[in-house]
Design a protein around this ligand. Structure first.
Ligand code: FMN
Length: 301
């Protein structure tokens, strides 16, 4: 057994690093490429019931320490997406990310993703820039519990909930996921943010605000995973600002059994996975960790 193998509930991954939803994961070919680059799994772009164009440009910009985006959940819709995900499934583990406005819509999308061969589901309860979706439904604990329970009833694959840091209720929301029968919590999605153009005297993004990702949010994500580890007993998956093995190790030591990478793929290319796999394994060997499980949560001791 490789030291990098990890277990998220019933789901085993050969490597602990996954592609985060929204980056290089909307076509079959790009998902296959990311698996070949060393990702343990790919989380798909968040998919909804109907095709969506997303927000008008500009919807993405680089800032010091990361990116701010307000893509607005552009996606081809669940029917069209079947062709893409089916192309990738034979090559490795694909987690289907979905977004809906209510429990019934989430449950319907979940069933489709399971039919397409997804190994798990990630419920997007956290996008900060899509009206009626994401964090607008994901910051109400009773509604979160209802959504998770409805999806659990509809499928037999593991159900993960991806949460927003834009709330003081994070632990309550995670407990709602656990009470609803959820199999894991993924944290964090982007932090609500804004860039203003001094020349134009107005917000730079067409949507005015967006979500901050990249190194600037890592300390927030690590702290959230640290808190969640003490609040819930279901497995945690860390995401936010990971670009090297030290970042990944921080999330694992805070309590995550696996991690996801988004912005660093855009910045450094898919090679980031092979580098982290190699260097994390070296660190583990040098420090006597025989498995990822040995390292999970050690910062709490
Ligand atoms: C361009 C872009 C698109 C994204 N799209 C999604 C999405 O569709 N669904 C989702 O749950 N998160 C989405 N995210 C958030 C990422 O999955 C991740 O939670 C966030 O970027 C923090 O990780 P990072 O710092 O490694 O990028 C997106 C992020 C970026 C930068």
């Amino acid at each position: 057994m490789s030291a990098l193998q990890t277990q998220i509930g019933k789901l085993a991954l050969d490597k602990p690093g996954m592609v985060a939803s929204g980056i290089m994961d909307e076509t079959g070919a790009s998902m296959v490429r990311m698996l070949a680059a060393g990702a343990g799994a790919v989380v798909t772009k968040s998919i909804g019931s109907e095709p969506r164009a997303g927000h008008a440009n500009p919807c993405f910009t680089e800032v010091k320490g990361g990116f701010v985006n307000a893509m607005g959940l552009p996606n081809p819709g669940i029917e069209e997406f079947g062709t893409e995900i089916r192309e990738a499934v034979p090559h490795g583990k694909i987690v289907g990310s979905i977004f809906g406005a209510n429990a019934a819509e989430f449950a319907k999308l979940a069933g489709k993703m399971e039919d397409y061969g997804a190994c798990a589901l990630e419920l997007n309860l956290s996008c900060p820039h899509a009206k009626g979706y994401g964090m607008e439904v994901g910051t109400d604990p009773p509604l979160v519990k209802q959504i998770v329970a409805a999806v659990k009833d509809a499928v037999s694959i593991p159900v993960w909930a991806k949460l927003t840091p834009n709330t003081h209720l994070l632990n309550d929301i995670a407990l709602a996921v656990q009470d609803g029968g959820g199999d894991a919590v993924v944290a964090i999605n982007t932090l609500k943010a804004m860039v203003i153009s001094p020349e134009f005297r107005r917000p730079y993004l067409s949507n005015r605000f967006g979500g901050l990702s990249g190194p600037a949010i890592r300390t927030v994500g690590v702290r959230d995973i640290f808190d969640l580890y003490e609040a819930v007993s279901i497995p945690l998956i860390g995401v936010g600002g990971i670009s090297d093995w030290r970042d990944a190790a921080q999330y694992i030591m805070a309590g995550a059994r696996a991690f996801q990478i988004g912005s660093a793929i855009a910045k450094d290319g898919p090679e980031v996975f092979a580098t982290i796999n190699r260097e994390l394994q070296e660190f583990m060997g040098d420090n006597g960790y025989e498995s990822i499980a040995d390292m999970v949560g050690v910062a709490h001791e």
